[in-house]
Design a protein around this ligand. Sequence first.
Ligand code: NAG
Ligand code: NAG
Ligand code: NAG
Ligand code: NAG
Ligand code: NAG
Ligand code: NAG
Ligand code: NAG
Length: 421
Amino acid sequence: MLCHALKSLVAALALGCIASATTPAPVSSNRLISRQLTEYLMPFATATHEFARVPHTNFLLLTQMSNSELVKIELDPATDEPIAYHSFPMGKNNKSMLHGVWPSTKYPGLMWLSLQGDNKLLLVDPGQNLSSAPSIKHTIDIPKPGNGPHCVFEIGDRVWAGLKEASEQTGGYYVFAADINNLNLTPGSNTTGTNHTLYPSLNSPVFIAEDPTTGLIYVTQDTDSSIMRINTATGETTQLPIPPSIGTNAVGMISIASGPLRGIWFTLAGNGTGGTGAFGHIGGNGTMRFFSLQDESLGLNAGLLHLADASPAGNASSRASVADESPALWLLSTSLLSTDSPDALIRVTFDDAGSAIAGEEYISMQTQNAMVHRVLTLGDSVFVSELNTFTLAQLKYRNTVPGRWLPAEIAGGENVYAVAG
Ligand SMILES: *[C@@H]1O[C@H](CO)[C@@H](O)[C@H](O)[C@H]1NC(C)=O
Ligand SMILES: *[C@@H]1O[C@H](CO)[C@@H](O)[C@H](O)[C@H]1NC(C)=O
Ligand SMILES: *[C@@H]1O[C@H](CO)[C@@H](O)[C@H](O)[C@H]1NC(C)=O
Ligand SMILES: *[C@@H]1O[C@H](CO)[C@@H](O)[C@H](O)[C@H]1NC(C)=O
Ligand SMILES: *[C@@H]1O[C@H](CO)[C@@H](O)[C@H](O)[C@H]1NC(C)=O
Ligand SMILES: *[C@@H]1O[C@H](CO)[C@@H](O)[C@H](O)[C@H]1NC(C)=O
Ligand SMILES: *[C@@H]1O[C@H](CO)[C@@H](O)[C@H](O)[C@H]1NC(C)=O
């Protein structure tokens, strides 16, 4: 347009307009999507593990297993950005192996913790403010032959824990569940769990989730690479082995209550030779369906340790990507088992029926070999714990709405040249 407006060829030559008049327009300007990934340094420890928000507060609780410390993190109420922390030792000593953390629904305001080394579950009041120490309201001693509660979950009337360590009495592994109605909340009270059950499992149980359609309980077992299904009404258990041709090491598992992704989702973390980018779904009919990432550089060898719902609708989900309304999952690939697998956060979108992968977006973590561990969505941000680098990373999106960021004049091209001329 500028060149057409010019009266003189000499002037046009002087302005270098011949090139733009005789060649196609420059490569089109693209909407630029930026992501803000910030790492927050936690106290030094070699195993930064699980985290959960204390519901209706600005506190996150993060467990560090190598020194058995609970880090209470205060979030800015407006931005959800971590602003301060206070760390508290939990258990008998620094070998108590604090690991699991899960909010209680039955006892609002209280949080479940697991002490793998002390063989205990704690129900704690996290305290009113950042510096107030958590107070233990009830202790559940895991009964023999159970050993080593790792992740802890509250599902309906029961508290559940995968017992990660081989039993000293039997050499076997167990999933622990106990009725939590009418717990005595007097500090110092302890029980072995009223009406508890130890379900024998394979080596060794990690995540536990309830299928929303059938009420059946599913458990990942990592080393033996199988999923256990528990019918709590009959006590019957079934093993669903992961086909080795698809992948190995079932770890992360979540339950999605509604929408096209309804059901149980789980991830395969791989082994010392890397992962296979595979993850799976179990719906109400109990059949496992597998999905595989396709990206050659980051997807095919992804070791998928954990996951979160990333669908735009509903409260449990991330509203991070406002431009994309498809059902979606966040998958976390980790270098924990193999440095051939990247540390990356992967947003996988599905077709409207939730039956096929529609898109894969890769966000490589800033610190590689961080052995990223867990992913959790919170408001419009996504948090990732980094096991090996005592870090909590927070992902936020910017500039995702088409047309809002790029100034119109650059996209159109004319005004800028007119000014230059
Ligand atoms: C645990 O405590 C012992 C004794 O207080 C100390 O020597 C050791 O360094 C501590 N270990 C960790 C991992 O904090
Ligand atoms: C924090 O809470 C404790 C009680 O748990 C209280 O004694 C203390 O004054 C509070 N501190 C602040 C700064 O509010
Ligand atoms: C649990 O309670 C019993 C009594 O019911 C007591 O003997 C035991 O020492 C308590 N254990 C702990 C760790 O407090
Ligand atoms: C124990 O739990 C089972 C199944 O959850 C239930 O049927 C039974 O009534 C419970 N027993 C007691 C004494 O609470
Ligand atoms: C690692 O996992 C892959 C994929 O499941 C499998 O083919 C391979 O045999 C496994 N390697 C070892 C050492 O277990
Ligand atoms: C089970 O349900 C899934 C959808 O969740 C479907 O794809 C699959 O075909 C069903 N399998 C059987 C055996 O009905
Ligand atoms: C979402 O959460 C808000 C606040 O916690 C609540 O008021 C609302 O009912 C929830 N909506 C759904 C669909 O669960």
